[in-house]
Design a protein around this ligand. Structure first.
Ligand code: NAI
Length: 320
């Protein structure tokens, strides 16, 4: 079709592509000219068991539609084997979509070390191992596109998901640093927080809502971000689902700056707490560098005032 975004001859690796979002990415790229590595361990959504069936079904679907694909059945913890599959089958790797994931939802009180460790292994170590294996190829060819998968649970927290939230926000920090390190090699990394109907969400969302959250509706954003024409959106955090796409960023209050000496007490902060939380003139930081200029300003200031606070009798008390 005229004007459609194409990925001809590009090698796209999708982890966890045997179902849900991963399958939607894999079949899309397969239909737009890419050679696709369909990775899936084929276990349960809690990370138990394994099977070759999930990946095979998707590979067969892509091939039946005239596309090119190979299966890989390794866990993402063995990311080097997944990237090896791409290089052996197709000679290169251009795009990596770190999508594989599991859930171990349980209240924090009842969380076990196994619930925590397994989540970190699949989400954090898995994304690290796959990206680490692809990175030398990307650098050598001066081209690479990476998508990491976060979650609203990671950005905002969600009851029963302390392990998942921690793993998912890790994907944001991981992406931000890779974006900075990869930029001069034309390696572009972005992170998405998707929302879609899948076996992961079918038990927690009502059917009419799931109907409006097809995994296919997350695909267009990913397609734009990993396309070769995207040379500007790097290190972005995006939400996508149900036809909605948005970009997120950090916001910092204009803040309180005090002299850092003996007069910099809890009371001195308390007195001006409204400044700490005042978002009327916010900043949108993208890196750690602006801290030094604040430090210089603080050094030039006079001593801080003591704080004032109402005590239990309603009298104004001095707080230091
Ligand atoms: P899904 O359960 O349908 O798909 C995940 C796939 O990853 C499965 O096919 C599974 O076999 C595979 N997988 C699991 N562990 C693996 C491992 N160690 N190695 C290789 N493959 C493995 O779930 P869904 O919903 O498609 O999730 C995809 C990604 O999107 C996950 O990272 C998930 O955390 C994330 N996500 C999904 C949301 C949603 O609304 N569906 C919301 C926020 C994030």
């Amino acid at each position: 079709m005229a004007g459609e975004l194409r990925y001809d001859d590009q090698v796209v690796v999708v982890t966890g592509a045997g179902g849900g979002l991963g399958k939607a990415y894999a079949t899309f790229f397969g239909s737009r000219g890419a050679k696709v590595v369909v990775n899936d361990l084929g276990g349960s959504f809690k990370g138990e068991g394994n099977s070759t069936k999930a990946a095979d079904v998707v590979v067969n679907e892509i091939k039946a539609a005239g596309g090119q694909a190979v299966a890989n059945y390794d866990s993402v913890e063995n990311g080097d084997r997944i990237i090896d599959t791409a290089v052996k089958a197709f000679g290169r790797v251009d795009v990596l979509i770190n999508n594989a994931g599991i859930l171990r939802d349980v209240s924090f009180k009842n969380m076990t070390d196994q619930d925590w460790d397994l989540l970190m292994k699949v989400h954090v170590k898995g994304a690290y191992k796959c990206t680490r294996a692809a990175w030398p190829h990307f650098r050598k060819q001066k081209y690479g596109r990476v998508i990491n998968t976060a979650s609203a649970a990671g950005l905002f927290g969600n009851f029963g998901q302390a392990n998942y939230s921690a793993a998912k926000l890790a994907m944001v920090g991981f992406t931000e640093t890779l974006a900075k390190e990869g930029a001069k090699y034309n390696i572009i990394c972005n992170v998405i927080a998707p929302i879609a109907a899948s076996r992961m969400t079918e038990t927690i969302m009502p059917p009419d809502m799931l109907e409006n959250l097809k995994p296919e509706w997350v695909v267009p954003l990913v397609a734009v971000l990993v396309h070769k024409n995207n040379t500007s959106e790097n290190g972005g955090i995006f939400e996508a689902g149900g036809g909605h796409v948005a970009k997120l960023r950090w916001e910092r209050s204009s803040g309180l700056l005090l002299k850092a000496d003996d007069s910099y007490t809890p009371g001195a902060i308390l007195k001006k707490w409204d400044k700490v939380t005042d978002f009327s003139n916010p900043q949108y930081p993208t890196g750690p560098n602006d801290f030094m200029s604040l430090l210089e300003e603080s050094m030039k200031m006079g001593p801080n005032e003591q704080g004032e606070k109402l005590d239990f009798t309603g009298r104004v008390a001095l707080v230091t």
